[in-house]
Design a protein around this ligand. Structure first.
Ligand code: GRF
Length: 202
């Protein structure tokens, strides 16, 4: 299986996936890492691992449609079976999402369907949530919706700030995201009526 990972910045989830792919000998390879920002830190890590990198700078396109069309062209050069959004901070058009239907996944730092969108950790703290977490899901046209593959839960402490909570959740993202990708590249998932089940029951 060929995996293409899209990032916008640090790329720590991308790193976790690249490392798990090698360490667990998945029947897969990370074929490319693509960023919308030329200065995304994660690009250096990918290059250091010998992974092809590309940048499609959204600032050079007048419309979302034009950006997404070029992004899809660059992605498709790598013939991916799976496209992984890992801290990719652009909203994608319905047309783009349709093109990758069933092979496009995202990680979102909240327990969806709670808190779609930005500033999830702050919003969870402000809402007085006692539990927060992260969700890996298939991407559909509606932002931060789509069939849920796996979630991780993290208690919110009374002393938590956006920073401390996001750090603990990020550590769990690095566990669940590689696991979700592994399930997909090993063909272990079933999706029926928008409900995802893992065949091995792990
Ligand atoms: C993660 O918290 C992810 O859930 C969110 O953006 C952050 C990306 O971090 N969408 P990284 O680039 O993977 O380090």
């Amino acid at each position: 299986k060929r995996i293409v990972i899209l990032i916008s910045g640090r790329g720590s989830n991308m790193e976790a996936i690249v490392e798990a792919c090698a360490a667990e000998r998945w029947p897969a390879e990370v074929a490319a890492v693509i960023s919308n920002r030329p200065d995304a830190r994660g690009l250096q890590y990918a290059a250091s691992r010998g992974i092809p990198t590309d940048t499609v700078d959204h600032r050079k396109y007048d419309t979302r449609e034009a950006f997404d069309a070029e992004l899809a062209r660059v992605i498709d050069r790598h013939a991916p079976d799976l496209v992984v959004l890992a801290g990719f901070m652009r909203i994608l058009t319905a047309r783009f999402v349709e093109h990758y239907a069933g092979r496009l996944i995202n990680i979102h730092p909240s327990l969806l369907p709670a808190f779609p969108g930005l500033h999830t950790h702050r919003r969870a703290i402000e809402a007085g949530c006692k539990l927060a977490g992260a969700t890996v899901h298939f991407v559909t046209a509606e932002l931060d919706h789509g069939p849920i593959i796996i979630q991780a839960v993290e208690p919110v402490h009374p002393t938590d700030t956006e920073d401390t909570l996001s750090q603990r959740i990020l550590a769990k993202e690095h566990v669940i995201y590689p696991r979700a990708v592994r399930w997909i590249v090993r063909d272990e998932l079933e999706v029926r009526n928008g409900i995802v089940t893992h065949r091995e029951g792990e």
